[in-house]
Design a protein around this ligand. Structure first.
Ligand code: SAH
Length: 216
């Protein structure tokens, strides 16, 4: 059944954005983008009534779409400006990808699971989000085509450590936002400098794990 963005959905989305403000999200570009992107398009229509709750929900292949508050928090930490090149690891449902596109970024997104990659690539194109999607292993960054260095890198799965190839593909002066840890993660923001990177640590999160290799 095709998704429709009804007034009811728009109302739920507006309340979601108010809740994000109440939780301390202040970046107006993040709030505007999340008010515009229909989150319910990125999940099974059976979950429509919960699409705007602050919950992670199941998507295909045992994966989850991140909480709206997590998407907002990571997007805000990026301090994104329109036109920036962003590399995303973990396309998943494509919701975070769509939010980044709405914020004006040029998005390159990598997913390791073929089933999700195929479905989400098609969905994003149908909805006219101009992200470039790749099937691959995010631990290596984007190797198929070299668009590096990226202004920003965002990882949306729990990484046991910060992968060096991603640091290599980040611009000096650029940020990487990455949840680091095994079962639980701390959100980290890495600023690449000419010398040692500067790392800030934020709150606790729980993501599905970042796994190695591709899965066909
Ligand atoms: N931002 C997505 C999050 C999906 S969950 C959303 O809100 O829908 C995280 C995703 O990361 C999953 O789809 C998982 O398959 C993918 N992933 C895990 N390890 C990866 C890796 N090494 N490279 C690329 N994608 C990976």
């Amino acid at each position: 059944m095709p998704h429709i963005d009804t007034l009811k959905h728009q109302g739920m989305r507006h309340r979601m954005v108010q809740a994000l403000r109440a939780k301390g999200i202040t970046d107006e570009n993040v709030l505007r983008a999340m008010n515009e992107v229909p989150r319910h398009f990125f999940m099974d229509s059976a979950l429509d009534n919960h699409a705007y709750d602050d919950r992670a929900l199941p998507i295909n292949c045992d994966q989850t779409i991140s909480h709206p508050s997590t998407v907002a928090f990571q997007s805000q930490l990026l301090e994104l400006k329109p036109g920036m090149k962003v590399l995303e690891i973990g396309t998943g449902s494509g919701y975070q990808t769509a939010v980044l596109c709405k914020m004006g970024a040029r998005v390159f997104s990598i997913e390791r699971q073929k089933g999700l990659f195929d479905k989400t690539k098609r969905l994003l194109a149908e909805q006219h989000y101009r992200a470039q999607c790749f099937l691959g292993d995010g631990y290596k960054g984007l190797t198929e085509i070299d668009y590096s260095p990226y202004d920003r890198i965002i990882i949306t799965c729990g990484a046991p450590y910060i992968p060096q190839p991603l640091v290599d593909q980040l611009k000096v002066g650029g940020y990487m936002v990455i949840p680091v840890g095994d079962e639980h993660q701390k959100m980290q923001r890495l600023l690449k400098t000419e010398g040692e990177p500067v790392i800030e640590t934020f709150g606790d999160f729980r993501f599905v794990p970042m796994l190695g290799g591709r899965q066909f």
